[in-house]
Design a protein around this ligand. Structure first.
Ligand SMILES: [Zn+2]
Ligand SMILES: [Zn+2]
Length: 318
């Protein structure tokens, strides 16, 4: 054997030893310092996990798409396939958005669990649909399709509201459906008269936005159209209707809250105290219910003002 062959062979052995030493020492250290450990793939070869996830996803679509419905008879198999995809690639958005949703009627608890894990994944921190779906599943009663007497999951409105809130927090410009779902889930969690609960939720939101605080997140995200929502909720609390659409009398509690909201928030909107309809400039009585209203929008000269900067009759600056 040539001398340099022996040397090369020895260098190779030495570098293998160093490599395995580093692998043994560094890998646990890396895992210790990695805070995202739970969101890393469980696949052995880095980079290849996305390919594995894609293949598993195609198999999933083929299998689940071929089923007429995902129900108690096949949900275990479908769920296992889905969990495998998520284990390969926890950042694979499709597996949550369509995958998890497809099992939500057959195994709502597992669906919520998987979505909750995804909500905590920093790589998916800007995804709005994932917390929305979790809230959506949690705000419904879900029964077994093969056995309608068997309830798979009861609504948990408080938890649903937390997920809807998270979805709102994730966007600068939350869409109306997100806000409505959040407010209704929170109102349902409070219980009692629904229209009163909705109004009290909105009133609290308004107060929190003034205080700049949120019960869950430190950076408060204000509901953009809260005053319009308050006007509508005030009207609905004033004229509550039952399930058949019959008009009910508002409770004393509702009337107290309505008065508070009118005084503190809606006074700028010039609403009729009786029926919550906006009064036009110069009105002395409400056009809807005939109740006396506080007149506004009139110049000292008596001219009814338009939205211009100066009175068009006497020229006074408004
Ligand atoms: Zn009125
Ligand atoms: Zn004037």
């Amino acid at each position: 054997m040539k001398k340099d062959t022996v040397i090369r062979f020895m260098i190779m052995i030495a570098s293998l030893a160093v490599a395995s030493y580093l692998a043994c020492i560094l890998t646990p250290m890396q895992s210790d310092i990695s805070q995202e450990k739970n969101f890393l793939t469980k696949a052995p070869v880095a980079g290849l996990h996305k390919f594995f996830a894609d293949v598993a996803w195609m198999r999933f679509i083929n299998f689940a798409g071929g089923l007429s419905s995902i129900d108690s008879t096949n949900v275990d198999k479908v769920s296992r396939m889905l969990e495998k995809i998520i284990a390969y690639d926890p950042n694979f958005v499709e597996s949550y958005q369509s995958g998890v949703l497809s099992i939500s009627n057959a195994d709502p608890k597992l669906a919520v669990k998987l979505l909750e894990q995804a909500c905590a994944n920093p790589h998916l921190a800007h995804n709005i649909q994932i917390p929305f779906y979790a809230g959506f599943i949690l705000s419904r009663t879900i029964v077994d399709q093969n056995n309608p007497d068997k309830i798979l999951s009861e609504p948990d409105y408080a938890a649903a509201a937390r997920f809807f809130r998270m979805a709102i927090q994730r966007t600068r410009d939350p869409e109306s459906y997100l806000i409505s779902n959040y407010i209704h889930a929170k109102a349902k969690a409070r219980g009692g008269e629904e229209s009163l609960a909705v109004l009290s939720v909105l009133y609290d939101e308004w107060k929190m936005s003034k205080a700049g605080k949120d019960e869950i997140y430190s950076d408060y995200c204000q509901i953009p159209d809260i005053e319009e929502r308050l006007v509508k909720a005030t009207r609905e609390a004033k004229y509550p209707i039952d399930d058949e659409g019959r008009l009910l009398k508002p409770s004393q509690k509702a009337l107290e809250l309505i008065a508070k909201v009118q005084q503190e928030i809606l006074f700028k909107k010039h609403l009729c105290e009786n029926c919550v309809t906006p009064a036009a400039p110069g009105d002395k009585f409400c056009g809807t219910c005939g109740h006396a209203v506080k007149t506004w929008g009139v110049c000292s000269c008596g001219h009814i003002l338009s939205s211009k900067a100066y009175c068009t009759r006497c020229g006074k600056k408004q």
